[in-house]
Design a protein around this ligand. Structure first.
Ligand SMILES: [Zn+2]
Length: 244
């Protein structure tokens, strides 16, 4: 395993604390931790499309949680790595993420229909671990924190419990793959029981790596593919926003 991208859906930047997410705090102390900004509309598929395809939503045109083929397609980090002979896998419990890459780009893709409880994220982790030895790069997505935010409110006890569960899984990944480049981030934050506004509670996301890496300021969610490409020594797509 050369690199792992973990997305904790709906994790607010200020939910990363030593009480709730001690592993994320420790990760940031080992490597780099910044508060990054996501894109509008700050909903799951538009934001993940920016995270994977390296451009703002105004360029990729995905503005809802329903995928539409892009008028001017851009390779996602998964496609680019696949074209560079990396073996790539995706593990997730929100089905709409299946369009973050071309079907032929992944050696393994596992969708677990279970994000309504913490165990759903555990099952994603287990699916990832079952396939990890065969992969160079993995995308691991934990969807329950967002679900808990919608159900009980952002920063509620239930929400923070979901974040703590995801943090435990990150702790395992840190122990399982000490030499892989690890990024842990989210797609958007949230407030009350929703997200999608320009409030900083919605727009600010954690971006944490296990290696000290230089990052643009402000770090935007669409810089993610370029950071991964630079760390893995592959050429970024021309369309991706550069790190400058
Ligand atoms: Zn989301």
């Amino acid at each position: 395993m050369k690199a792992i991208l973990v997305s904790i859906d709906g994790l607010r930047a200020d939910a990363v604390t030593s009480e709730t997410t001690p592993n994320l705090v420790r990760l940031g102390e080992i490597g780099t931790r910044v508060v990054a900004r996501t894109v509008m509309p700050c909903c799951t598929l538009p934001c993940h499309t920016s995270m994977f395809r390296g451009v703002d939503a105004t360029r990729h045109g995905i503005t809802t949680n329903t995928w539409q083929p892009m008028v001017r397609p851009i390779n996602s980090i998964m496609d680019t790595l696949h074209n560079g002979d990396f073996r790539v896998g995706g593990f997730f419990n929100w089905g709409e993420l299946r369009d973050l890459w071309a079907p032929g780009s992944v050696a393994t893709s596992v969708f677990i229909r279970d994000s309504h409880r913490p165990e759903g994220d555990v099952r994603v982790y287990e699916a990832f671990m079952a396939a990890a030895n065969d992969l160079d790069f993995a995308f691991v997505y934990f969807g329950h924190t967002d679900e808990a935010g919608h159900a009980a409110g952002w920063m509620s006890e239930t929400y923070l419990g979901a974040a703590a569960n995801a943090d435990k899984l990150v702790g395992k990944i840190m122990a399982d793959f000490p030499s892989a480049f690890l990024i842990v981030m989210s797609d958007h934050g949230g407030h009350d029981r929703t997200h999608g506004t320009e409030l900083k509670e919605d727009m600010e996301i954690p971006f944490i790596t296990n290696r000290p890496v230089p990052l643009p300021s402000p770090m935007m969610i669409y810089h993610t593919p370029a950071v991964i490409a630079r760390e893995l020594g592959i050429r970024p797509e021309r369309e991706w926003e550069a790190l400058a």
